[in-house]
Design a protein around this ligand. Structure first.
Ligand code: ADP
Ligand code: ZN
Ligand code: ZN
Length: 818
């Protein structure tokens, strides 16, 4: 009897692929182990064993596997079930889920490019012969392909040796290149602990009378401390005291001064063994905690709605503690991990080493390490904080999932498939594990709040900020009126300028929000009206003043700014609209003494980009921070008392049925950064449309009213949560073919589903990277089966792909598109 395995390949195949195995291999193999397999004429892939069986495939002869890559399963049965759900629900293949679920280091294939790890300190003695050969080859050649490696070690099957080299940190994979970036550490000093008491200090100064340079340094430190509450940089102390580095170092060596870095590291926890005690909850938190426990007892997915700065995190911490005491694993999901240095620090002070962090900005080794720790159920990874991909870790005993900021759109993966919503996939994962799941937000999504209202979800809330700090005072400024009266300076109203001045005078900080990066989104010739467009996309180029460049935000195309109009040659170029760069620039003129920083996609590239800016702001090296929506995500700054929203209208006018919900969430979240300690914060919202209902609802913190209005509107127009939607995008480089294909497909959809099909329509940016796009929306009401509808759509796709002329048109499904 011949043995076979069905294997998931990391490519979009509709079916699993069958390979032949020997009896010995059949004894050894288990579902969830990796195997290297041949595919097509010459390709090698890493595949995953799905199941073993004895039935030969009918239409092809099963090939043999090359080799087994694991000693034990690295993926468990629960994961396989979860992946299957994702593939079915989001209309993609298991292979696509597999590819995005595993760290790329687990997926070596014939096309993988291998580089030497420049940072590694390799001890050649630790390398086996074959490992050494590859290591040596990489000293002469920057990049190796898998088949070249095969030639070097003179055998066909090389994935195992490459896996070993990854583990030994000798090699990197091509896509890991961006990891070369090194964080810049800033070093600070403070007085050693023993000398912080006054009486010891006097003794210290006496003892230093014979070391005048050292005592001068200490005196300078005092002066600095008296004038600023900010941490003191070594370089600063050096400059002011006139003492050299050596003098400062001598003081550090004597423990009179203490040196520290400001950068909390992630995977490696450098703190002490003692963990801080959990904070005790106040009565509001306590009562929310009880409600959550009750809802968990009833096995309900639960929503915690707590206003900004109500201390939701402390409630999560309590839940995590309860979970890990039972020996189970806890997963803390965040929309964007890059912004969470603060949170990681907070959790590490409670749980120390038990906290692991997982996300795609980590390099191969770090990700593999976390994966292996979770497989082995090491205490080191009992609590995982991560972005959406951490859902795919090999948890075997998950007890709790927290989805923080559950309303965030970035929980939905946009590209490539699987286009899953991490919150929803987390709910399914929790069900598979019998785990509890809590969704948290100050501004829940309409869907989630609706589920809480109808009783499908449990519900708990906290309506007060911690310490009874008042919600910020929100003032709306009519900039139409202000412009008419010529009271605007650049994009700043008089009111905003007054408030900024007052805040800076008190030594407090300001956040300014503008949801566009760059200097200006459009450059226009005032003579002929021409504005430079991207050659690859149907969109205007954004002006970036800093680099004197025009950039496309869709494909990255850029060119130098022209002195004169390319169409008519006149030099009457003007800009329209404004972005963060322009706000920063204007601030330079208005507040020349203030230190201004900017946080947007352009200033936060690289692994530690965010961290640097956030730390600088936290440490009050910056007075004003200008930023895009990145600023909204759960940051807890102590000294911010003013938040200014430069222009609310671009959010409100966005052409999408969620624009109002999103604006409410975004504005409430940004506003929530103001006045988080003691003093009531101030928020100024500038708008041309000050009476807009959403602005009124934000300023009165009236979530309920916003919810009611939005649900009413969505019932009218049949949008979620009343209906479900599937967005189908067609993509092709030929305009005519795309149009015909989209028309054919939509006609077939209409025949099947009638009036619940909208489109096809071009999106606002109808061409990206030289590909034209067209969308169709299928709305599915609660009466109709989602599963059947998807089945029907897939059948239509089959007939569509049977037409040779359409075959090259890409069809992309986005279920629950947001
Ligand atoms: P949220 O996540 O709801 O915006 P946070 O959890 O960040 O709020 O809490 C806001 C601030 O209040 C934090 O600095 C936190 O340390 C503090 N805080 C919250 N709850 C407590 C508590 N029970 N005891 C002491 N401090 C608390
Ligand atoms: Zn012109
Ligand atoms: Zn472009």
């Amino acid at each position: 009897m011949q043995n076979f395995i069905n294997v998931i390949l990391p490519i979009p195949l509709e079916k699993l692929f069958t390979y032949a195995i020997t009896a010995a291999q059949a004894d050894f193999l288990l579902p969830g182990m990796r195997v290297a397999v041949p595919f097509g004429k010459s390709k090698i892939y890493t595949g995953l064993v799905h199941h073993l069986h004895t039935k030969p495939p009918e239409v092809y002869e099963a090939k043999e596997i090359h080799e087994i890559l694991d000693d034990f399963p690295i993926v468990n049965e629960t994961q396989l079930k979860h992946w299957q759900w994702i593939a079915d629900y989001y209309m993609c293949t298991l292979g696509e889920v597999f590819r995005s679920a595993l760290p790329s280091a687990f997926l070596l294939e014939s096309e993988t490019l291998i580089l030497k790890n420049e940072k590694a300190e390799v001890n050649e003695m630790d390398l086996k012969d074959d490992e050494f050969l590859i290591f040596e080859a990489l000293q002469h050649q920057a990049i190796l392909k898998v088949h070249e490696v095969a030639a070097i070690v003179d055998r066909k099957h090389v994935l195992p040796v490459l896996n070993r080299l990854i583990e030994k940190k000798v090699i990197l994979l091509k896509e890991e290149l961006y990891e070369q970036y090194k964080p810049k550490l800033v070093r600070y000093v403070k007085l050693g602990r023993a000398y912080q008491a006054e009486e010891n200090l006097e003794k210290l100064l006496e003892s230093l009378t014979r070391a005048p340079k050292q005592s001068q340094v200490i005196l300078s430190l005092f002066q600095l401390q008296a004038t600023t509450k900010k941490p003191i940089k070594i370089s600063e102390l050096e400059a002011i005291s006139g003492g050299s580095r050596a003098v400062i170092k001598a003081l550090i060596d004597k423990h009179i001064l203490e040196e520290y870095n400001i950068r909390r590291d992630r995977v490696v926890y450098e703190g002490s063994d003692e963990n801080a005690d959990l904070k005790s909850l106040n009565t509001y938190q306590e009562s929310a905690f009880k409600d959550i426990e009750e809802a968990f007892k009833a096995n309900k997915t639960t929503l915690l709605q707590g206003v900004t700065s109500s201390g939701k995190t402390e409630v999560y911490v309590k839940l995590i503690e309860a979970c890990i005491q039972t020996g189970k694993q806890a997963l803390y999901l965040l929309p964007e991990i890059a912004l969470t240095t603060q949170l990681i620090g907070r959790l590490q002070t409670y749980f120390g080493e038990k906290v692991a962090v997982y996300h795609s900005k980590y390099n191969v080794q770090e990700r593999v390490e976390v994966w292996n720790n979770v497989v082995a159920r090491k205490p080191k990874a009992q609590i995982v904080i991560g972005a959406r991909s951490s859902l795919f870790l090999p948890f075997s005993a998950l007890g709790l999932i927290l989805v923080d900021e559950e309303h965030e759109g970035s929980f939905k993966q946009f590209d490539p498939a699987p286009r899953y919503h991490a919150r929803d996939a987390a709910i399914v994962l929790a069900r598979l594990h019998g785990a509890n799941i809590l969704l948290g937000s100050a501004t829940p999504s309409i869907e989630t709040f609706n589920n809480a209202k109808t009783g499908k979800y449990g519900y708990a809330n906290i309506t007060r900020r911690y310490g009874n700090v008042l919600m910020p005072d929100i003032e709306i400024v009519d900039i139409k009126e202000q412009s008419r009266k010529r009271r605007m300076k650049g994009h700043f109203s008089e009111r905003l300028l007054e408030e900024i001045t007052a805040t800076l005078v008190l030594g407090e900080q300001v956040i300014l929000f503008q949801n566009r990066r760059g200097y200006a989104p459009i450059v226009e010739c005032t003579s002929c009206g021409h504005s430079p467009q991207c050659p690859n996309c149907d969109v205007s180029l954004t002006y970036h003043q800093y680099k004197k460049e025009l950039r496309c935000h869709y494909c990255g195309y850029h060119m130098a700014l022209q002195e004169s109009c390319q169409a008519c040659g006149s030099s009457t170029l003007d800009t329209k609209g404004f972005g963060t760069e322009q706000v920063e620039h204007e601030l330079g003129g208005l507040f020349p003494d203030a230190k201004v920083g900017r946080m947007d996609l352009d200033t936060t590239r690289g692994k530690h980009g965010y961290e640097r800016i956030i730390t600088a702001f936290e440490q009050q090296e910056l007075d004003i921070l200008v930023g895009t929506q990145m600023l909204t995500k759960g940051l807890d700054f102590r000294n911010v008392n003013l938040v200014g929203i430069m222009n609310a209208d671009s959010l409100l006018n966005f052409p999408d049925y969620r624009a109002h919900e999103r604006s409410f969430q975004l504005l409430t979240q940004v506003a929530g950064r103001a006045g988080r300690t003691k003093k009531r914060g101030k928020v100024i919202i500038q708008s041309y449309n000050p009476h807009h209902q959403i602005l009124q609802q934000v300023s009165t913190n009236n979530y309920e009213e916003m919810f009611k209005e939005q649900v009413f509107e969505r019932e009218q127009y049949k949008y979620p949560p009343v209906n479900r939607i599937i967005k189908i995008t067609f993509k092709h480089k030929e305009y005519n073919k795309l149009n015909e294909a989209a028309a054919w497909f939509s006609k077939a959809l209409r025949n099947a589903f009638g009036g619940s099909v909208l489109g096809p329509e071009f999106p606002p940016v109808a061409r990206i990277r030289n590909q034209y796009l067209k969308n169709v929306l299928v709305k599915i009401d609660s009466e109709r089966s989602l599963r059947q509808t998807k089945g029907n759509i897939k059948r239509i796709e089959k007939s569509f792909k049977a037409i040779a002329y359409y075959r090259s048109v890409r069809v992309i499904y986005n279920v629950d598109h947001i």
